[in-house]
Design a protein around this ligand. Structure first.
Ligand code: UD1
Ligand code: CA
Length: 450
């Protein structure tokens, strides 16, 4: 019997081909609210504070390793284990045997295609194994309204779990069983290590099934406990794009709910997408049909939407307003700055209280490289301004409607620029006012020549 302090190893199976996804990428990298599916599973695994996490990969393992780099935060302490041939879930755990060692402790096995599994559910299954199935295993079961594709749980006359039968191996009568195997297991490590080498592939799919370990333990008289969960969204196993969209919606609702509880007013959750990890300050309003991608930070009392797209690297300071059909990418937007209609703010830093007129575009891409622009506090960009990057616009500067600022035009503080290409407009001196700063050797505007 494994005592309470027994260290935990979590094994996550992520080597499957994912044929039913009809994608050429590993299934576990399918994007879900701004991160790969397996990142969600890793979060649940980390909740157990395990001694080690083994991630079994096969197909295109370099892509998984690459995602491991990009989504750095929750990959620490994860060891990749290679399963060269995908011979079944039991085989996938077999390839981990060398890493389980002589005292394997407790081994939790999860499938990389269950992104909704909650850390809480997992922790209670570990507790159940400890309490009710020492030396054996605990499995998570459920009774969903549609048992599609799940293995069925066969119980003996006394109600105990006897075995799990895959849908493809079911007799018509077994197919009628409503209780299913969700694919979450807590094993006494020693019992698992003893059973694994004895698996056979004598079944419809010619695979080594992990589920058969459960039958072996039960047949040997070792305890097998089952917890039937009521949290039916947690058990979604993503096998195709329909399941992926269901999982996405369930995760999206969790994210939106969290923001709502934090005091962010999301007017229409049904048409709002917010990725994992987005920060939004209290009192901000998110209006319908808005998409906020990962890597965005929004301050307090901002207004975003309707129909706004905020992309990675965008940071809105308190009180900023980004409105209809405006896209921001890597945009730093100062306090109380507004871009309310039809704008593209790419690779730009806007100061405080800037007004970005309707139709303004920061043309950040020259066909080869992306370039940054800066706009100072209190600047006013007239409707339809095009700013070819790189560029700078000084504080309180103004551009006329339709102005096209060629690259590195470098507008000084307080200057007014108009036209195509934009030229500086000399302002009439007011009595007692300071002279306007001189433009350096810039061509005169036509209007000035008149
Ligand atoms: C599995 C279970 C089934 C359960 C269902 C829950 C088995 C035999 N069946 O079926 O009882 O109801 O999950 O969703 O375990 N994988 C590998 N290597 C392999 C094969 C699979 O790493 O050789 C990984 C896959 O990438 C996937 C996970 O294991 O993440 C489960 O495999 P999958 O083929 O999706 O199993 P199901 O048919 O869904
Ligand atoms: Ca599956």
């Amino acid at each position: 019997m494994a005592p309470r302090s027994t260290p935990i190893t979590v094994v996550i199976l992520a080597a499957g081909l994912g044929k039913r996804m009809k994608s050429d990428k590993p299934k576990v990298l399918a994007p879900l609210c701004g991160r790969p599916m397996v990142s969600w599973v890793l979060d649940a695994a980390k909740g157990l504070a395990p001694r080690q996490i083994l991630l079994v990969t096969g197909h295109m393992k370099e892509l998984v390793a690459e995602a491991l780099e990009t989504h750095g935060q929750n990959w620490k302490g994860v060891t990749l284990v290679h399963q060269a041939e995908q011979l079944g879930t039991g085989h996938a755990v077999q390839v981990c045997l060398p890493l389980l060692g002589k005292s394997p402790g407790r081994v939790v096995v999860l499938y990389g295609d269950m992104p909704l599994l909650g850390a809480q559910t997992l922790a209670s299954l570990v507790a159940l194994q400890e309490r009710a199935a020492p030396g054996g295993a605990a499995i998570l079961t459920a009774t969903p309204s549609n048992a599609r594709g799940f293995g069925r749980v066969l119980r003996g006359p006394n109600g105990g779990v006897e075995r799990i039968v895959e849908e493809k191996d079911c007799t018509p009568a077994q197919k009628g069983i409503e209780e299913v195997n969700t694919g979450v297991y807590v094993f006494d490590g020693k019992a698992l290590v003893d059973a694994l080498p004895r698996l056979t592939n004598d079944n419809a799919q010619r695979e080594y099934y992990l589920t058969d370990v459960v039958a072996m333990l039960a047949a040997e008289g070792l305890p097998v406990a089952a917890h039937e969960t009521e949290e039916l969204d947690e058990i979604i196993g993503v096998n195709n794009l329909v399941h992926l969209s269901e999982a996405r919606w369930a995760l999206q609702q969790r994210i939106l709910e969290q923001h709502l509880l934090n005091g962010v007013a999301i007017e229409d959750p049904a048409t709002t997408s917010i990725d994992h990890g987005v920060e939004i300050g209290v009192g901000s309003r998110i209006l319908p049909f808005t998409v906020i991608r990962g890597g965005v930070r929004i301050g307090a009392h901002c207004e975003v939407g309707p129909f706004t797209h905020l992309r990675a690297g965008t940071v809105l300071a308190d009180g900023a307003e980004i409105g209809n059909f405006t896209e921001c990418k890597n945009a730093r937007v100062g306090k109380h700055t507004k871009a309310k209609h039809l704008a593209y703010l790419g690779d730009v830093t806007l100061g405080e209280r800037v007004n970005v007129g309707a139709g303004t575009i920061f043309a950040n891409y020259d066909g080869k490289l992306k370039h940054p622009s800066r706009v100072g506090d209190g600047a006013f960009l007239g409707s339809g301004t095009v700013v070819v990057a790189p560029n700078t616009i000084g504080a309180r500067a103004t551009t006329g409607a339709g102005a096209v600022l060629t690259r590195e035009a470098g507008i000084g503080a307080g200057e007014v620029w108009v036209g195509v290409p934009a030229r500086r407009l000399e302002q009439k001196k007011k009595a007692g006012a300071e002279p306007a700063p001189k433009a350096q050797s810039r061509p005169r505007t036509r209007r000035r020549g008149r």
